[in-house]
Design a protein. Structure first.
Lengths: 227, 428
């Protein structure tokens, strides 16, 4: 469960102070799939970064499964991201020098798995999302949709509790986007929490909840028909 | 016992970080363009050569002269007169004892006498004119024994070497002749025009004798180049020395024989009371040792500057690499890769470049440069410069290069990795 209370995020640039998130309080139950929507500059990605331990809020608290993530050290945050969180980036963010299988296996290497075991689990994860034939391809040899699916496989391979997806379909055509959303829905159906930032209402409607941000504040929090 | 929550906060072990770092570095090196890799390796090779060769040439410039003195004059063991004695007493006993020692290859006794050498004594001159005359040291040698010890015949640059029966023929040292010695002065005059076959007048202890120049030796070893060589029997007769007691004995040892053991064996036989027995290193003048040390320090200073330049180069290379890969470093951190693993990946890359550069440098040094300079020494006025690169010293330099490279690779990687993960991902 993710519990956000009175979250404020302010960026300072020289003497200019920009309040990006204004007193956000939000609770996300385990196993939910939630879409965060809103216009550009609303603070969607910033909210995702605060929840996912990639950034520190200016004030307020974020609890993940009762753990106050502001109270832990930088190294503990890294370790927690490795063990419990998965990330899907808008631009896929795969390492170009690694094959698809190696990209997916990387978090497992870091968890101390032997190379053969890690590569085997990476293979299974890629086969699960239909990329069993692309194991030894480098990112440059994959289409955008395929790269994003590799990114998802990397996010789920160590079976984290929560998957954070930052506009995962923004750079994809509609067919690829549908494939990616289908994979995320499948992950959620297996019990993992998914928090997704998106511009596209069509995909937001497929989540349990839609949280709409505007100017750094939540303007609506609605349950969808999926519930 | 740690709870499951604690386990999730535990950092990766050092072994895991090393293993992941190695994996990432291999993949990065493999994906780097061959030209970039070649350029970095080329820089490392140049650095290695700068470290080893610059100081090696400096030390070698003096070492070549020292080796020449050892090879052509001192031998491995050098026996000379005690300061309170006129010559080496019991010379024959010493030679016999030395020849019986295992490891002694050859022995040569030399009879030395100071005198003058006159070249144009037959020309008529004004009473006020000075004749062409130089002071020289006259050495009587057994041509065969001397050649076995000092390879003197290889130093003959004009004419030919002495033979056992040469009655009135001599070898002149090149430094006595103007055409081999450009440092002529009133204190050290030289003979202007002496050719092979010319007659010269030798005067020792007031006795003069006319001899024919059979050959000229030139070695850049002053002790040889300022001497006039006779067959020993002729010189002894000339200076009335009939006791066979020599002034110098040079001993050549077989390869691998410890000179100290031979010196100690001769001293144990009591010959230390009749002569000064020294190894080549003992006999080396102190100023040569000081010069060698000074050149070694100079070489190390030059090498150190090269090392700093290399460290800066590696720093810049790794820094640019890390800066351009900042986004990927951010991604690695965001997916939970320990910063130490990422640092190791850059350190391993640095080690790779240093290792490949050093290996190529070693191959060039020992496969080409050392043999080349041995075959084609650099022609310095005071000796032949060689490349001195003892393997233990070279390995030490490889180690120093490696440490400098590791530091130079670690620091920029650390600077980039310490930056905020999100800023790195977003390129801020």
């Amino acid at each position: 469960m993710i519990e956000i209370k009175h979250l404020i995020k302010t960026y300072k640039n020289d003497s200019v102070e920009t309040k990006v998130l204004r007193d956000i309080s939000l609770s996300i139950a385990t196993g939910q799939m939630i879409a965060i929507i809103g216009p550009s500059g609303a603070g969607k990605s910033t909210l995702l970064y605060q929840m996912s331990l990639l950034d520190h809020p200016t004030s307020g608290t974020v609890f993940i499964n009762d753990l106050d993530i502001n109270s832990i050290s930088s190294q503990q945050r890294t370790a927690y991201r490795l063990s419990s969180l998965g990330y899907v980036f808008q631009d896929y963010s795969l390492l170009p020098e690694l094959t698809a299988q190696e990209n997916v296996a990387l978090p497992l290497f870091m968890q101390g798995l032997s190379k053969p075991d890690a590569l085997d689990r990476a293979r299974i994860a890629l086969e699960r999302i239909g990329l069993g034939e692309r194991l030894s391809n480098h990112p440059s040899q994959l289409s955008g949709g395929e790269q994003q699916r590799v990114g998802i496989a990397r996010a789920i391979v160590n079976e984290p509790h929560i998957i954070f997806a930052d506009e995962p379909t923004a750079n994809l055509d509609s067919a690829s986007s549908r494939e990616v959303i289908a994979v995320l829905l499948d992950i959620n159906k297996r019990g993992q929490t998914v928090v997704m930032v998106t511009h596209e209402m069509e995909y937001a409607q497929l989540c349990h909840r839609i949280v709409e941000l505007r100017d750094g504040s939540i303007v609506s929090d609605t349950k969808t028909q999926r519930v | 016992m740690s709870s499951p929550a604690d386990k999730k906060l535990n950092s990766a072990s050092l072994t895991t970080c090393l293993s992941v770092g190695l994996f990432l570095s291999i993949r990065q090196v493999r994906s780097t363009s061959i030209w970039t890799t070649s350029l970095i390796v080329f820089i490392m090779v140049l650095t290695f050569l700068n470290l080893v060769v610059a100081s090696g040439i400096l030390v070698g410039s003096i070492e070549g002269a020292i080796l020449a003195v050892q090879k052509h004059y001192l031998g491995d063991i050098f026996i000379s007169t005690l300061t309170q004695k006129a010559y080496i007493e019991r010379t024959n006993d010493i030679i016999s004892a030395a020849k019986n020692l295992p490891g002694v290859e050859s022995v040569s006794a030399r009879y030395i006498a100071p005198g003058t050498l006159q070249a144009d004594y037959k020309k008529s001159k004004k009473p006020s004119d000075l004749s062409d005359q130089v002071s020289a040291s006259f050495a009587g040698i057994d041509p065969t024994n001397e050649n076995a010890v000092s390879d003197l015949s290889s130093l003959v640059v004009e004419g030919s070497y002495l033979q056992e029966g040469d009655y009135d023929q001599v070898l002149l040292g090149g430094m006595l002749l103007k055409r081999y010695n450009s440092f002529e002065s009133s204190s050290f005059p030289v003979l202007p025009d002496v050719q092979i076959g010319d007659r010269v007048l030798v005067t020792i202890n007031g006795n003069s004798r006319e001899v024919i120049v059979k050959g000229i030796v030139f070695s850049k070893v002053d002790e040889i180049d300022r001497r006039v060589f006779f067959v020993d029997s002729q010189l002894r007769k000339f200076i009335n020395r009939f006791d066979y007691n020599a002034d110098e004995i040079a001993i050549r040892l077989t390869s691998g024989t410890d000179p100290i053991s031979i010196k100690n064996a001769l001293l144990a036989d009591g010959f230390g009371s009749f002569a000064r027995i020294q190894t080549q290193q003992d006999a080396e003048p102190k100023f040569i040792k000081d010069l060698r040390d000074t050149f070694a320090i100079l070489g190390n200073v030059i090498s150190s500057i090269g090392l700093v330049v290399t460290a800066i180069t590696i720093f810049i290379v790794i820094f640019i690499n890390a800066i351009t890969r900042r986004k990927y470093i951010g991604i690695l951190k965001s997916i939970g890769m320990h910063s130490r693993a990422i640092e190791f990946s850059y350190i391993f890359q640095s080690i790779f470049y240093a290792l490949v550069g050093s290996t190529i440098g070693l191959a060039i040094t020992y496969g080409f440069l050392v043999p080349f300079f041995t075959q084609n020494p650099i022609d310095f006025p005071f000796g032949d410069g060689i490349l001195v690169a003892p393997i233990e010293g070279t390995l030490l330099r490889v180690l120093v290069l490696m440490i400098a490279t590791i530091v130079a690779g670690y620091v920029p990687a650390r600077i980039i990795i310490k930056r905020n993960t999100l800023d790195a991902i977003l390129g801020r």
